[in-house]
Design a protein around this ligand. Structure first.
Ligand code: PGA
Ligand code: ZN
Length: 420
């Protein structure tokens, strides 16, 4: 319960400051609690995502400034919230949704709305005297520490190399605890650096902290990662360190074909390629294996591979409750990627996660390639009990901050670790 809310917005930058800058929200829930929220930004965005409002003034940040979004926080949003009491976050978020009035938050800007919603969640948790993750736990759900998915090798639009697949993640599914999972992630990451250096490949980093060597075939990358898992002394597989992929296929789908390492593949050829990959390598999850427009392909992919690996929709589903409901009916995936800024408010995010849970779907909470030091998603992953979080490599402060937050939660509360 907040007796009166006050709200301030300010501009700030994300991890790609040379490009985008962002609005952050600050909510002061009267004498009850104070919260701030940082706003992330994607590069391989889904076309149906909530809309980021950018100034388009070429003289500032190459048109990516957010003065208008900040103005909306300090103007219309502050006016609608200030001095009003709210029983919970859902009520406050509903005011934000109504005030914006569009399906995609395009009037006020999802980058204005989401910072306020995250800040409000913190303020409500503080007012309730409870850790943020516990405030976010739905009734009847058991919180747990998620399996961290470390994106150790970057391609696609996150790196200037020839690699078409965007993300190669290591997931210590078999680790006994979160702390041991983070240790495994860091040790495999170090072993991978040594392997790449030994092959005279570049060890510079992509946007999410993974290495960005100039390798083009995904199978070659997988071979090096499996070797690095062994070098670090771990077993490659679900009883040790498994692999998760995010090819982000919308980005290499052009003219009706998937363009991978110089080949043009049909949807069915692409699915066959994944079948071969899953047969050869310990891949447990594939996100955006097909393009966001290829709905029939997704249903065929799920029929052919859904029994063996998790199939996660990101660009396909954009954390949107209506789209996820439709995808469940069409059996078009088996899990959803969860990004708060794709839908715009924390309450709508929790609604989408509830739909997944009731459908028996997986949920993987996710950062964006442009990030701030905000650690909200770590608490969301724990509180929702979903068992999976991807937030980059064990490198770069904005990524490590989330893993450190998980370690902090584990140190203070004895919660179970692992996949749901
Ligand atoms: P983005 O990519 O944050 O650049 O959109 C992340 C992802 O595709 O999962
Ligand atoms: Zn993705």
């Amino acid at each position: 319960m907040a007796d009166g809310v006050d709200c301030i917005g300010a501009g700030g930058g994300d991890s790609r400051l040379a490009g985008p800058a962002h609005a952050c929200g600050d909510v002061d829930a009267g004498r009850c609690g104070v919260g701030a929220g940082g706003v992330p930004s994607g590069a391989s965005t889904g076309s149906r995502e909530a809309v980021e409002l950018r100034d388009g003034d070429a003289a500032r940040y190459g048109g990516q400034g957010v003065l208008r979004a900040v103005e909306h926080v300090n103007g219309e949003i502050a006016e609608a919230l200030t001095g009003r009491g709210f029983t919970d976050l859902a009520e406050l978020d509903a005011v934000l949704v109504d005030l914006d009035g569009t399906a995609t938050k395009s009037r006020l800007g999802a980058n204005a709305v989401v910072g306020v919603s995250i800040a409000a969640a913190r303020a409500f948790a503080q007012a309730a005297g409870t850790p943020l993750w516990r405030y976010l736990t739905p009734v009847g759900v058991a919180p747990r520490l998620p399996v961290p998915h470390f994106n150790v090798l970057n391609g696609g639009v996150h790196a200037p190399n020839r690699l078409d697949f965007q993300e190669f993640m290591i997931a210590p599914v078999g680790a006994p605890s979160l702390a041991e999972a983070v240790r495994a992630g860091a040790e495999v990451y170090a072993a991978l650096r040594a392997r790449l250096a030994g092959l005279a490949l570049a060890t510079g980093l992509g946007d999410e902290g993974g290495f960005a060597p100039d390798i083009d075939a995904p199978e070659d990358v997988l071979g090096v990662i499996v070797a690095a898992i062994g070098d670090a002394g771990y077993r490659a597989g679900r009883d040790g360190v498994a692999i998760a992929l995010d090819p982000a296929a919308s980005e290499f789908h052009r003219d009706g074909a998937y363009h991978v390492a110089g080949q043009a593949l049909s949807t069915d050829d692409m699915i066959t390629r994944y079948e071969e990959i899953v047969a050869r390598f310990p891949v447990w999850s594939i996100e955006d294996g097909l393009a966001e427009s290829d709905w029939d392909g997704w249903s065929r992919l799920t029929a052919r591979l859904g029994g063996r690996v998790q199939l996660v929709g990101d660009d396909l589903l954009v954390t949107n409750p209506t789209i996820v409901t439709d995808a469940v009916a069409r059996r078009a995936a088996t899990a959803a990627l969860i990004k708060v800024n794709q839908v715009g408010t924390v309450s709508e995010t929790l609604q989408t996660m509830g739909i997944c849970r009731r459908a028996g779907w997986g949920q993987m909470v996710s950062h964006r390639s442009g990030e701030t030091a905000d650690t909200f998603i770590a608490d969301l992953a724990v509180g929702s009990g979903c068992g999976q979080l991807k937030t980059g490599a064990p490198a770069r402060g904005e990524r490590v901050a989330k893993y450190n937050r998980l370690i902090e939660i584990e140190a203070t509360d004895a919660l179970p670790y692992g996949l749901r």
